[in-house]
Design a protein around this ligand. Structure first.
Ligand code: SAM
Length: 280
């Protein structure tokens, strides 16, 4: 017995199904079900929600989410070796766990989910940032999800919640803070995982806002922020030279000194600049 359900402990699941961790798939498993339940609780009240989980692996977080009362979990896992273990969980929670074997970067989960939808995952490090950026930059806002509760390397988590003036401040912080409230919910040492990774980890919680904090065209803002931080050591008038021929005038019109650098500009400044750049 595991303590949160009647399924076997995760170490037994791993032994039974031969799930030796593969580095190429970013496999660092969470085997402590008290910890996975704690992470699931960070996702809030799950009872009336469908949960999208990426990379369930042997199912530690999946079991935490189901034990916390998730209405349904849709789990997308690339490693075919994990599917039998996940099917055992699906049997223990009838009609509440759907498993898709596939690459989360390729599968469109929307057809299988009913709102309200929350996303929770101990993400594979190799695809984590790409998935986050996709979820933060959909065609339409509000997005299909209400909250994201995601494990990242500590350094990536710090970049998501970073404030202006810090080294970690950049594109991720701006994308996250423009239309979400983002916070670090939990810190985890390497020893929480099997095998332990070289770096510490943190769970980030993002809540989607109904509307952006400041008006701006999404594509223009994304382009300007990417250009500004691509050359973060340069003054903005140089880093953004390609954004508009009269970039100095537009920076001034947005209330930004052309000699400032990207990491000094708060979200509001970037949104003002995106509005100026979008003008004919
Ligand atoms: N959620 C499990 C846990 O907490 O123990 C496993 C987390 S492990 C860090 C990442 C999981 O993502 C692995 O099971 C791995 O096979 C899976 N994975 C890696 N790349 C993936 C992809 N592109 N799409 C879906 N799953 C992927």
């Amino acid at each position: 017995m595991s303590g949160i359900d009647t399924l076997p402990p995760l170490r037994d699941v791993i032994a039974t199904h031969g799930l030796s961790a593969r580095k190429s798939l970013g496999q660092n498993f969470l085997l402590d079900l008290n910890l996975t339940s704690k992470i699931a609780r960070q996702a809030g009240d799950l009872e009336h929600c469908d949960i999208l989980e990426i990379g369930p692996g042997p199912g530690g977080l999946t079991r935490g989410l189901l034990a916390q009362g998730a209405r349904r979990v849709l789990a997308i896992e690339k490693d075919s070796r994990c599917i039998a273990a996940l099917n055992d969980i699906a049997q223990a929670y009838p009609n509440r766990l759907q498993i898709i074997e596939g690459d989360a970067l390729e599968v469109n989960p929307l057809a299988h989910l009913t709102p309200p939808i929350r996303i929770a995952a101990n993400l594979p490090y190799n695809v984590g940032t790409e998935l986050l950026v996709r979820w933060l930059t959909p065609e339409e806002w509000p997005p299909f999800w209400d909250t994201l509760t995601l494990m990242f390397q500590k350094e990536v988590a710090e970049r998501i919640v970073a404030q202006p003036g810090s080294k970690a401040y950049g594109r991720l912080a701006i994308l996250a803070s423009w239309r979400c409230e983002a916070k670090i919910a939990l810190h985890l040492p390497p020893s929480a995982f099997t095998p332990p990774p070289k770096v510490s980890s943190a769970v980030v919680h993002l809540q989607a806002l109904e509307k952006p904090k400041f008006e701006a065209d999404a594509k223009t803002l994304e382009r300007v922020v990417a250009m500004a931080f691509n050359q973060r050591r340069k003054m903005l008038r140089a880093a953004l030279k390609g954004a508009a021929p009269d970039i100095e005038d537009r920076l001034i019109a947005a209330g930004i000194k052309p000699t400032e650098r990207a990491e000094q500009i708060p979200l509001e400044g970037f949104c003002a600049l995106a509005r100026e750049i979008a003008k004919p």
